[in-house]
Design a protein. Structure first.
Length: 175
């Protein structure tokens, strides 16, 4: 049967495209993710910060010019940090939100299909810093690790990167 299937694949020249799942291990957990399109996004940081002991994976988008002629560089970042206290994902999220305030417009969840991992809570929001920024935020907990996913873009180009950001957020899970 396997030979027959292999022959059919060769005969009809089927090509099976698999998502390029990548990973990193930090604080006792392995995080899996599908990177954003490498023709538009590139890694600007990938490793442990010695001072904070947080693992930072950050993608930056090639610049997009907004209506005012500004070159905007949207980012997708993952911060993985050690958590010693037995915080559930809600308490972890509250602690993380205090450090980086933004206005919540909508709560995101696994149940609504925003994430593939279930021990997560997320937010669609915005903040003002020179210009209006739109953000997608995810907070995850797994064993001794806490993870923040931060997707940030100015409002003027958000519609051009939102799909990439949402796709990345859905791809993140623990091994």
């Amino acid at each position: 049967m396997k030979r027959l299937l292999a022959s059919l694949f060769v005969f009809f020249q089927f090509v099976i495209v698999a998502e390029a799942q990548e990973s990193f291990t930090a604080h006792g957990s392995t995080l899996l993710y599908t990177p954003p399109d490498s023709s538009n996004w590139f890694i600007v940081n990938n490793g442990i910060d010695e001072r904070s002991q947080k693992y930072l994976l950050m993608f930056q988008r090639k610049p997009i010019e907004d209506a005012q002629g500004r070159r905007v560089h949207p980012v997708i970042a993952v911060i993985c940090e050690p958590i010693k206290e037995p915080l559930d994902v809600i308490k972890y999220s509250i602690a993380a939100r205090v450090q980086v305030p933004f206005n919540v417009k909508k709560v995101l969840s696994h149940q609504e299909g925003d994430f593939s991992y279930s021990n997560v809570i997320g937010y669609e929001g915005e903040y003002q810093k020179e210009v209006l920024h739109k953000v997608l935020i995810g907070h995850m907990r797994h064993e001794q690790a806490g993870v923040q996913i931060i997707c940030d873009s100015s409002d003027g180009v958000y519609d051009q990167v939102e799909a990439d950001m949402r796709s990345f957020m859905r791809s993140v899970k623990f091994k």
